[in-house]
Each structure stands twice: as C-alpha cells, then as structure tokens.
Design a protein around this ligand. Sequence first.
Ligand code: HEM
Length: 505
Amino acid sequence: FELIGNFTFSEFLFSLGSTCFLNIFYSVTYGVFEKLRVRGPKPLMYWGTVGRHNQVYYLDDYECAKKYGRVWGLYELRRPMLAVMDPEMLKIILVKECFTHFTNRRNFRLNGDLYDAVNIAEDDQWRRIRNQVTPSFTSGRIKEMFNIMQHHSYKMVVGLQSKVDNSEVITMKDIFGPYSMDVMASCVFSVDLDSINEPSNPFITHASKLFRFPVPLFLFQGFFPFFLPLLKFLGVSLFPKSSTSFFRTVVEKIRAERNESSKTNVADILQYFINYQTKTLTKVMENQGLNDHEILSQVTMLIFAGYETSATTLTFLAYTLARNPEVMKHLQQEIDSTFPEKGPIRYESLIQMGYLSSVVDECLRLYPPAARLERMAKETVKIKGITIPKNMIVMVPVYALHRDPELWPNPEEFKPERFSKKNKQSINPYTYLPFGIGPRNCLGMRFALVMIKLALVKVLQNYSFLVCDETEIPLRMHPEGLMGPLQPIKLKLQKRSLNSADLDN
Ligand code: HEM
C-alpha cells in the first residue's frame, strides 16, 4: 500500500471510518434534545452529561437550573432524560396525566424478588397493589400505631441519657436510624428489634444496602443496554440478593408462625394484608387482594422505604436546629406549652402543632431525601410546546426546585415562617415536593410525619442539640443514592434545665 504521511492506506481508511462512525454515533445518541430544541449541558462521548457541573447529582441539577431555566435535557450515559421544574408542566405530568401517560417510574427490570413491590410495579398491577396498601396508612390506622411509636421514642430518649451525661459526641444517625427501624419493624410485622440497644442489627445493615445502587452494575447496564435481557435472565438485581433474601426469610418465618398459631388478631400491616388476601390468581385479578409473593414484596419494601428516609430527615432536623438555636428555642417553647411539665405526647395535639410542622416542612425543603422524582412517558406527548417522546424519562429535580430563588427568597436560609399557616396558602403545591405529588406520591407521608414529629418532640422535651468541633459545617453531600451527608452528622446534646419530672411516658 502507498504511504499517506506516516500512515498506510488501510490505517488511513480505518481511522477515517472510525471517526465517521463515532461522529454518527455521537449525533444519533446525543442529538435528541437538539432536535427537540431543549437546551442542556454538552454531553461527553459515552459518559453523557453525568456530573458535568458537580459530582453530586442534585447539586449538578441546581447548577443546570441556574444556567438553563426550568426545563433542560440531560444524558445519563447514553440515555436522554428531560428535567422539568416548571410548576404548570409538573401539574400535568404528575397529576393530570398520571394515569394516562406518566403512570410509571423508570424500570431497569433488574429488580430481583422485588419486581412486584408497589414502588416498582407498573400500570394496572401498580394500581391494584396501591389500592391494597393505601388503607394501611389511613389516619385511623396511624393513630392505632402511635402507641408503638411512643414506646420506641421513649426507649430512644432513655438510650441518650448516658451519652449526654458523659458529654459524648453523638452520631445522629446512630440514634435516629435504630428508632426508625424499630418503628417500621414493629408497625409492619410486630417484631420488637430493640435496635437502639443493638445498633449492628442485620435489619439496619440490610435495609441500608437496599438504597445504594451498585455503581458498576448501573454503569454496565448504561453502557451496554442490549445486555439487560441477559442480566435479567441471569437473575442479576440492583437490590443486593443477600438483603432481599434476608427480609424474605424473616417475613416467611413470621407468616408461618402466624399460620400455625392462627394468630389473626395482630394489628400490624402484614396481618392486614393477610386478612385481605385471596388465594387464587383469578381472584387477585379481580382486585380482591395481594398474593403471597406480593405481600412479601410490599412488607420488605415498606421497611426500607420508611427506614432510611425518616432517619435521614431526623438527622437533618437535628443538624439544622443545632445551627439555628433561636428556631430550636421557639420550637421548645411550643412543645412545653403543648405538653406542660414534659407531659405525655398526645396524637391529636402533636399533629396540630403549627411551628413544629413549619420546622419539619422547611427542613424537608432544604434537604428532601428524594432529591429527584421520575416518571416515564408511555406515549409521545406535547406539554406546553415541548414534545416528550415515548419512553423518555422525565426527571423532577426536587432539590433544585426547592432552592429556586424566584420561588423561595434567600433559598439557602432556614426559615420555618415560610410554612406558617398564613404563608403556606401562597405556596404553589407544585413547587414543594418532598413527598412527590399526585396518585403516585409517597404512600407513607402521613405516617412518616407523625413518626418524625414524635421523635423530635420527645428529644427536644429533654435535650437541646448543639454543634461541636466534630460537626461538619458546611456539609459535604454524598454523591449517590438518597440525599445524605458524605460524613455522618455529629452533634452534642445538652440536658434541658426544666425543673419538671423525669422522662416519663
Ligand atoms: C421523610 C420520610 C419520607 C420521604 C421524604 C418520602 C419521600 C417519597 C417520595 C419523594 C416518593 C416518590 C413520590 C413520587 O414519585 O411522586 C415516595 C414514594 C413512596 N414512599 Fe415515601 N417517603 C418517606 C417515608 C415513607 C414511609 C415511612 C413509607 C412507608 C411506611 C413510605 C412509602 C413509600 C412508598 C410505598 C412509595 C411508592 C409509592 C408508589 O409508587 O405508588 N415512604 N416517598
């Protein structure tokens, strides 16, 4: 072959061919938003727009919102994803068109045993399962479970006593994690784990693992999506098998014990599902109940959906209150006047506490554990002039939405008054989404709020949160999974000098 410069002709053809191929690949893969006339960060080959501005995905969203406004296009590796934080569009996507075009979240189809959990199930199956799970969280049911929550909040505060007496620096997750897990396990299947006294409990280790997607697997399926059916066939799952099997074994054992002793008067969520169960698939299709496998999946999923989110929220609450002592003082005044002399916490009074509610709402604005929501377009639709093609993921950047300066003046500041009774009325519901909104919103929202408020009131009746040398300020955030700090949040607690009774309940 003739030499062209230092190349042989075949080498020259090969590099020309490769360059053409890569150019075509790039424009086909990464030309989607250009065609739709949607702006966004420039994608890198293979990598897409992941972490273009910040390694932490929701901080990246925040930067994009500043640069591109309320709608922009992203590529998660090769997958296009439309980010929407325009309230009018959100109303259509999350509420009006939920049952028609936007019923489901993205589904990797690598869900292992949890394929029929309510957060993963799709379309008619999701609707049927959701209808079965929802009645477990009515006000009446939550009120029934309040006694259980009280029991665990009491144990949590007693557990704190020696640590405070010894002036220990306390890792907040070590207190609120076990509390959340104990409440969830007791309410879901009546097992008193006593994690507060045994923090290395396998329930906690396994539930934590369920929230951390394995990054190598995530990257592999992103780069080579055509291998997905093979991975599914091989039983590969984004949820660690050891953890799902752990929960499966526990629930199966509890069920077997109940069958043997015909104990049907237990008032937990598992028993509620069993009581409404029908045995045959045909009846299940007639919207009569959950089958055995579905019961198992819902129980496992409720434990992990409730544990990490509630524990994280309590941890951020402790941190923000320690950093805003005047707010904490105001809240303690409300607590003391609602429950004088550290008196027992009554359900009705707790849920009516205005300032407490504002503090929790404001904390969830600054630190929403689910920093993004997702829906998948079932068909091509046009919303406010923007075409959303079939199978496109619509992502709601909740963190960025909650810190939009046009919606929230001085968004970085912790100001519970934003959510006072008067101010709350002027908040557009599509701009504040810690629990999502619409038919597919958080199923455990009211349950979570009661459990969080109770724990907070119980601790603040007796102690105040204090920042110490070990408290990281400002916080660095964890780049993966649910929103959370990179390093555990550490604080000190100070005993309140009220001349009243002891920890009593
Ligand atoms: C502070 C605590 C919590 C937060 C911030 C939170 C937040 C969320 C969010 C943002 C979603 C997605 C909503 C959407 O896509 O529109 C969700 C879904 C869900 N949450 Fe929660 N959650 C919390 C606690 C709980 C608890 C305690 C439970 C159960 C007892 C629970 C059960 C669920 C379930 C089952 C779903 C899936 C609903 C469906 O797909 O139909 N969550 N949650």
